[in-house]
Write a protein that binds this ligand. Structure first.
Ligand code: CAA
Length: 381
């Protein structure tokens, strides 16, 4: 067992930290205020190779694996959670295509969504199929005369959906079979019959656009099928297993960012004639925040290591996401409390971080769904 990062990993972590401080932090409040997708940030991430993490170099990626993704996403989330989430959720698609795509799909799409800086989106959720993802109703019926799939239905809450040029849509190719008839289909922006609907007005993570996608007799060639027909639900679940490690990393990052701000504030803020860092009540807050965040971080690292070793990691991914997201809410709440009235004001980043942290308990599977996944694994069901 080795708890040390390699030299290369430490260098990557440092590069990500510098990028986050110089490029992401200065824009974080504005993105939140204007509810705007971080276009410039995303392009800069692509130029530095961050959008190609976990993708082989021959397809435009930079190699590495889940550990590298965790290191980068954590550093980003310390400074701008929206940018961290944008990257982390975007990466689901290149990882999914690397694992399940045909050689032609990899050569066509991966360079565009890695080094090329085009946004990708993963579309599973529907208005009546959130936690119960297997009850999705969007269809993709094969037309043998034209050798195309014809998509009809609506997806919702799709991160990056309004900006994406390449999307993986989960749709029923054999509706009578339910989730066993679900398949993964690639759709490109601009395909006739595909349009973007409502872009949501969210409580937090406002720098990451969340959109409705509408498919009305949207035709795509048969070669856009990813994996085999009927494999879609399992592809979605496997992709989400990996993505949940990324969400865990977001949650650890935002907690670490909130601790950093709290420590600085406690040394600077003077009350009762001394810095509030001298008050034992607040010292104990910091001790709890730091200890729980350290534990959350190591669960995330552990899930990432299992992923990269090719070992089963579904339970560990669910555990790390559940624990890190609950901790992010706990830590940002105490950090805001330490900042008192100033923490509640928009002049300080804490209120944004508090709102952003909440979403980590909901997206990529709610805490309750993770308890289902974990308890099934522990009970052997
Ligand atoms: N890996 C591989 N296969 C899996 C799997 C996994 N992690 N989990 C389940 N499967 C397989 C099962 O083995 C089963 O296959 P067999 O019948 O051949 O054995 C099949 O999938 C069905 O599994 P279940 O019976 O367990 O399915 P279920 O209907 O009970 O659902 C669930 C399980 C865990 C609750 C699942 O529905 C789930 O994860 N729900 C949450 C959905 C979610 O996270 N949504 C977030 C969307 S993305 C997002 O939020 C942000 C964004 O923009 C990207």
């Amino acid at each position: 067992m080795d708890f040390m990062l390699s030299n290369e990993q430490r260098m990557l972590q440092k590069l990500a930290a510098q990028f986050a401080e110089n490029e992401l932090e200065p824009m974080a409040a504005e993105l939140d205020e204007t509810h705007c997708f971080p276009v410039e940030n995303f392009q800069k991430m692509a130029r530095l190779g961050f959008t190609g993490i976990g993708v082989p170099r021959e397809y435009g990626g930079v190699g590495g694996g889940a550990v590298e993704e965790v290191l980068v996403v954590t550093e980003f989330a310390k400074k701008c959670m929206s940018s961290a989430a944008t990257l982390s959720i975007h990466l689901i698609v290149p990882h999914l295509l690397t694992q399940f795509g045909t050689e032609e799909q990899k050569r066509t799409y991966l360079p565009r969504i890695t080094a090329g800086g085009e946004v990708a989106a993963f579309a599973l959720t529907e208005p009546n199929a959130g936690s119960d993802a297997g009850s999705a109703k969007t269809t993709a019926i094969f037309d043998s005369e034209t050798n195309e799939y014809v998509l009809n239905g609506t997806k919702c809450f799709i991160t990056g959906g309004s900006r994406a040029s390449v999307l993986v849509i989960f749709a029923l190719t054999q509706p009578a079979k339910g989730l066993k008839g679900m398949s993964a289909i690639l759709v490109e922006r601009g395909t006739p019959g595909f349009s973007v609907g409502k872009v949501e007005n969210k409580m937090g993570l406002r720098g990451s656009e969340t959109a409705e996608l509408i498919f009305e007799d949207c035709r795509v060639p048969a070669c856009n099928l990813v994996g085999k027909e009927g494999q879609g639900f399992k592809i979605a679940m496997q992709a989400l297993d990996g993505a949940r490690i990324g969400t865990g990393a977001q949650a650890v990052g935002i907690a670490e960012g909130a601790i950093d701000l709290s420590v600085k504030y406690m040394h600077e803020r003077v009350q009762f004639g001394k810095p509030i860092a001298a008050l034992q009540g607040l010292q104990w807050y910091i001790a709890d925040m730091a200890t729980k965040t350290e534990a959350a971080k190591w669960l995330v690292y552990r899930a990432a290591c299992l992923h990269d070793a090719g070992a089963p990691f579904t339970k560990e991914a669910a555990m790390c996401k559940l624990n890190a997201s609950e901790n992010a809410r706990f830590v940002t709440n105490l950090a805001l409390q330490i900042h008192g009235g100033y923490g509640y004001m928009k002049d300080y980043p804490l209120e944004r971080m508090y709102r952003d942290a909440k979403l980590t308990e909901i997206y990529e599977g709610t805490s309750e769904i993770h308890k289902v996944v974990i308890s099934r694994a522990v009970l052997g069901k």
